[in-house]
Design a protein around this ligand. Sequence first.
Ligand code: DGY
Length: 418
Amino acid sequence: MIDTIELAKKTLIQNRKSGYTLPTNNNLYPAQWNWDSAFISLGYSYFNLEYAIKELETLLLGQWEDGMIPHILFHDNDETYFPNHKTWECGNKIPSSGITQPPIVATIVKKILDQNKLDQGQMKRMEVIVKKLKKYLEWFYNFRDKNKIGLVSIIHPWESGLDNSPIWDGPLDKVKIEENLKYERRDLNVSKSENRPLKKDYDAYITLLNQFKKIKYNPSEIVNNSMFNVIDIGFNSILIRATKDLVEVAKKFNLDFSDLKNRISMSEESLIKFYKDEEQSFFSYDFINHDLIKIDAISNYFILFANLENKDMNNKIINKLKKYNSQKEYFFTTVNPKDQTFEETRYWRGPVWINSNWIIYQGLINKDRNFSTLIKNKTLDLLENKKFYEYYNFKNGDCLGAKNFSWSAALYLDFKFN
Ligand code: DGY
């Protein structure tokens, strides 16, 4: 029997196209996705540094002039996915979507550089990547930090990477669905409808897309006009960590990123205000309804990944997380099973995702060694028993969504070798 490490490598290689890697090979996602690609690059770094760097370079080829890195790059004219390049009608050198995704790539670059000895040529290439990433992070602070408080808004649920999390239910209710909206979903041809987002979610996703297209994806206009505008805890935690990590990485290249550094204290100060003592939790904020979104979702705990300089607060979050569902056989669910919005098998409304476990694990390593080891061992067990699927059922570990899922394979390698 092929061992799990070899299978992980094989999964990535089999999903690899020229210079980039598909999230899976079953036509559910036939393009390059931003945060998938970052996780994938980390996976390659354990056996093929060249592929790891190339993956990032290809992702950055699609960076827009203003600095944004799109959430999807459509490298060929594949139309099996919806919405494809014909719907979005945008992109810089590569046709792309017109929105972004969590900037986890900066943290991944730091990890790859810390863990590997790169030769001179590779360091030069990495320096180019690092400079482009600075432009990316600045783009967030320039265009998405509407109130100049160091926290950014997402303007589409797809930007969060957690597409149909119940966190977006309230905000999406305010999206006025376009009249005579016509589109044809393709995801249901390759995935079960009970695992995927609902029609009402897609109606809102496409309405928002069409609105952005109308204003030509102008970043200043989008943030002012979008019917969806959320300061998301998970997203901002990843951005704060990305900013901290990129500042550190810059030192390896004798680059001065101190202007980015100034953002960090302001972001942390603002973020702390979203902590509510009563629930001992952070909650995302709906800018349109002016409401905190009180749903107990795993992405609220991504705050640990931000490495806030506040030990007390971190400890409170860790204690709460221990009651979330780590006593179960399989965890973490995307939403607390006790929350009324929880759905056992539907995409980001319940199932266990490997990247969520990884983000939490990374946030805990320097704060609670025993707990982080428990998460790592449980995740490794799940992957060794079930192999690399898109997501899993928390009750029995049943495999859900796509098989041969790249980031599950890539993050297996990272869990295994660290
Ligand atoms: C999808 O198509 O489900 C993707 O997650 C959107 O980015």
